[in-house]
Design a protein around this ligand. Sequence first.
Ligand code: PEP
Ligand code: MN
Length: 349
Amino acid sequence: MIVTMERLATEEQIQAVVANVAETQNNTELIRGVERTVIGIVGDHINEDLRSGLESLPGVEAVVRITRSYKLGSREFHPTDTVVNVKGVKIGGGNNPVVMAGPCSVESEEQLMATANAVKEAGATVLRGGAFKPRTTPYSFRGLKEEGLKLLKAASDETGLPVITELMSEKDVELVAKYSDIIQIGTRNAQNFMLLDAVGKLDTPVLLKRGMANSYDDWLNAAEYILAGGNRNVILCERGIRTFESYTRNTLDIAAIPVIHRLSHLPVVADPSHGTGRWYLVLPMGVAAIAAGADGLLIEVHPNPDHAMSDGPQSVTFENFRRLMDGVRSVSDVGAGNRVPLRAQSQSI
Ligand code: PEP
Ligand code: MN
């Protein structure tokens, strides 16, 4: 439920609403906008009595129930964009697109350092690299684990780039959190609710990939687990879904970007590497995602993709990464323009 306060509501009137809700054992969250304050209410005791009671309080303009199954992540609950701040790198809210780039897997110090320096020079502001790798077959390379995390930390110290890396299991939460600035939850764990609960208890920002067969509703409800646990620093990542097309590894759903911006206040980034599975599609689809309003990209880059230990066919060389960055810069104004909502045409979604 959302309480919209009148434009000139006093602090006393706002606090009276909060106190009233506290008596009903529901929780409140204050969202102070430039124009007015909105009070979001979540809990198990939301009913018509509460709604009509709040509506009659002084300073209250309107009280509406949130009809969607996810609440904290919804645009209704939180009308202004969330900006996730990762060591000064701001993701979302119309800030410059943030490109997170690096190898699919951390393979060696040499490979990681060369890649980290190259992507930084080209304009990436976050370093990616997998140390715990979810692989389709157990016989593939599954990552350097803690040794990989240590290499990421060293690369971060040397370049100043914050690090994003995947967490696959609840048992590694502390270990991965210790070495990362953003925790990635992969597509295969996108609905591992115990894992989502666990990262919901942390302060570390979480990038939640879309499950490969998740609807927008499934995806936003998965994010809701993290938000409901208390962690409000959630970034959503469109990484392609399974469709009948088999030429590409997945189908990158670019429409997801403006749809999620409409439904949710959380930042949305795109991963055209996993979204296509082919290196030569990473540039056009990455640029298209930025033009569609994505808040950033997640890109796999390798010094020698033909010899990568994972995801070589979709990894770009340093040179192609530089070209991608040129493309991103050339359309970032288009993307910013597309984040401005159109005037309403109908009542549907
Ligand atoms: C990755 O980013 O390396 C990865 C495994 O991604 P996804 O979960 O999207 O497959
Ligand atoms: Mn990969």
